[in-house]
Write a protein that binds this ligand. Structure first.
Ligand SMILES: [Zn+2]
Length: 98
C-alpha cells in the first residue's frame, strides 16, 4: 500500500469536511413535534361531534439545556428555519464523527 497516497487522500477528505462544516449555517440540537389542540370554545369547529377539526399544527421544539429537558413553541413563520438548523446540526455531528 502506498502510504503517501493514503495520507494525501485522508488530508483531502479532512479539508473537505472542514469546508462542509464551515458551509453550515446556524445549528440547533433538538427535535420538533407538531401538535393539534382543542380550545375552550364549546361551539368551535374543534369540538364538532361529527367532524372535529383541531387547531394547529403548533410546532414545539424539544431540547436539552443545562442537562434539563425543555421545550418551546416555534411559530409557523420560523419553522422552516428551525428545521434547517436541526438538519445542519445532524450534518455537523456526522462530519465531526467522520
Ligand atoms: Zn377551537
Amino acid at each position: 500500500m502506498d502510504l503517501d497516497k493514503e495520507i494525501g487522500t485522508l488530508e483531502r477528505r479532512i479539508l473537505e469536511i472542514k469546508n462542509e462544516i464551515m458551509g453550515l449555517g446556524e445549528i440547533r440540537n433538538g427535535s420538533v413535534s407538531e401538535q393539534y389542540n382543542v380550545c375552550g370554545n364549546p361551539t368551535c369547529r374543534c369540538k364538532d361531534k361529527d367532524n372535529p377539526q383541531k387547531h394547529g399544527p403548533d410546532y414545539q421544539l424539544s431540547y436539552r439545556f443545562n442537562k434539563k429537558s425543555t421545550s418551546q413553541f416555534v411559530s409557523a413563520e420560523n419553522i422552516d428555519k428551525v428545521r434547517q438548523q436541526l438538519a445542519d446540526y445532524k450534518t455537523c455531528v456526522k462530519l465531526k464523527d467522520e
